[in-house]
Design a protein around this ligand. Structure first.
Ligand SMILES: [Zn+2]
Ligand SMILES: [Zn+2]
Length: 290
């Protein structure tokens, strides 16, 4: 499991390294701010991919004395840092784009520059598809964030490619700045969505409502369970946590309550293999008070 996840993260590191080198080279040669912006963007993607790679490995470590709840939140922390970096890039590219829009400079669009952008779009498409598959299978927040990100990058590369082809055909050099501004907006959106997904679990936000209701429904489905209340859920990276009160018939023995608790836990784990369940079993009469 772990190997598949970290080799997927490593693939993203390698592909981004190659893209950065190619884009910096053609960006400098052409003097185009939109290609340089793409290069900077890929540079940050590389940094983000390294963070994802390291954090996926670290987050998979089993709980230890210092971290009895495990290390899952490392994935959320790295996702949040990644989002902040992406936002910073967006601001830089936006400022540079506006400057070029106001004071256009001639841009040399070579066929090589267009080829590099086409290769970049194709590479990001292939890598993001692979990451999506692994992220779904392994329920990895960090990998999924990386996959989403790379799939948006396909559009940014294609957008810059189309714009530069237009500059080459028409000689409208101001387009370079305009493309950079559009790129900045697209990148800022990635940062916003990623912040939302990655940072919320840091504040112990509940699981998605549909997921939590499915878990509670599975508890209530047991005929021995008369009520289920005081439900709390949260997530940390690939792990989820659920605690709840389960009311049973008064007079139930401690042994029966214990067996019920274990059976419920096993059933819930079938919904979510990385679920940590804590159930408080109580007699139904006192259940209403809490
Ligand atoms: Zn990117
Ligand atoms: Zn209760």
């Amino acid at each position: 499991m772990t190997t598949r996840k970290s080799s997927a993260a490593r693939l993203s590191v390698f592909s981004n390294s190659a893209l950065v080198l190619m884009k910096v080279a053609v960006g400098l040669a052409s003097g185009s701010v939109s290609i340089l912006a793409e290069a900077l963007h890929s540079g940050l993607d590389l940094l983000a991919a390294v963070i994802a790679w390291v954090s996926v490995r670290a987050a998979d470590r089993p709980p230890d004395d210092e971290h009895p709840y495990g290390h899952g939140k490392l994935e959320n922390l790295s996702g949040t840092i990644e989002a902040a970096l992406i936002l910073a890039t967006a601001l830089w590219i936006g400022a540079e784009g506006i400057e070029r829009l106001l004071h256009p400079r001639p841009v040399q669009v070579s066929a090589l520059a267009l080829l590099v952008l086409a290769v970049s779009a194709a590479a990001n498409l292939l890598v993001s598809r692979h990451l999506f598959r692994v992220a779904r299978a392994e329920q990895s927040v960090a990998l999924e964030a990386d996959a989403h990100h790379l799939s948006v990058d396909v559009y940014t590369s294609v957008g810059v490619l189309a714009g530069l082809a237009l500059i080459r055909a028409t000689g409208w050099h101001w387009l370079d700045g305009l493309i950079a501004v559009g790129l900045a907006v697209a990148i800022a959106r990635i940062a916003w969505e990623l912040t939302h997904r990655a940072a919320h679990p840091l504040l112990d936000a509940r699981l998605p409502e549909a997921e939590e209701s499915a878990l509670v429904a599975s508890i209530r489905a047991d005929p021995r369970v008369l009520d289920c209340h005081a439900v709390r859920s949260r997530s940390a990276g690939a792990w989820a946590y659920l605690d709840a009160h389960v009311a049973v018939a008064p007079g139930t023995t401690l042994e029966d309550a214990d067996r019920l608790e274990e059976e419920l836990r096993a059933r819930l784990r079938r919904h979510h293999p990385r679920l940590d369940v804590l159930l408080h079993v109580e007699p139904a009469a006192s259940g209403e008070q809490g």
